[in-house]
Design a protein around this ligand. Sequence first.
Ligand code: 0L1
Ligand code: MG
Length: 262
Amino acid sequence: MSATVYQEIADYLVAGEEEKREVKKVTAELKKDLTVEEGYQIQEKIVSRKLAEGRKIVGPKMGLTSKAKMDQMNVDEPIYGYVFDYMVIDNGGKVSLSDLIHPKVEAEIAFIIDEDIEGPGITGAQVLAKTKSVIPALEIIDSRYENFDFTLPDVVADNASTSRVVFGTSPKCPSDFDLDVVGATLAINGEIKELGAGAAVLGHPANAIAMLANMLARKGEKIRKGDVILSGALTGAVLLEKGDTVLGKFDGLGDVSFTVTE
Ligand code: 0L1
Ligand code: MG
């Protein structure tokens, strides 16, 4: 595919995001044999477009990090995308449904990076040594595709469904925790809908960040000091509805919440 076609598909996906409407998956019509590598080329065009529009990268994020999600998609490697500044909602703030398509929420642990991390060969232990702090987070994913129905190349092209994120407000030192046994509950309107532990994320959330560094290295890229990185979901994702009050409680790491408005 040419750079022009990558750009056209990137613009098609951004139009879905900006106009808050579902689009047909790329592999349904535009490019039936899209590969994962081509998906990342399209994602790069989306990232470049947003940067050119003045958006700032908060950090990369990892997705499909749980065995259940990988099995469901029949893949053996997670994916990554990028979180931008305009996607961040204050803890305790409001997520407006009219800004989104069909959002879902999932509980994650985010890493605030203290030094550049450059693969290949990075391990979870090396990530922890270069992590300044960890914070709990609620990620709001909002695939631009009809009914959240996509193949792996489609979701890579769509910036890994990234849409909004609410970060906790009290960063903690990672060495004070065994992040693999940190539990999290995700409650909506006071009812626990999902729960999980850090080990759901590739055995330990730091392993997901290590994998990210190693995947970025294939493109000559690295994790950067100051990046705030979502490591992947501890819980399943729950569809959001108007009026929902969402609360993530993370053992020792604190709470994160938001409400859903029209
Ligand atoms: O953050 C994630 O794990 C989402 C990855 C994309 C899959 C989805 O939209 O469910
Ligand atoms: Mg996620």
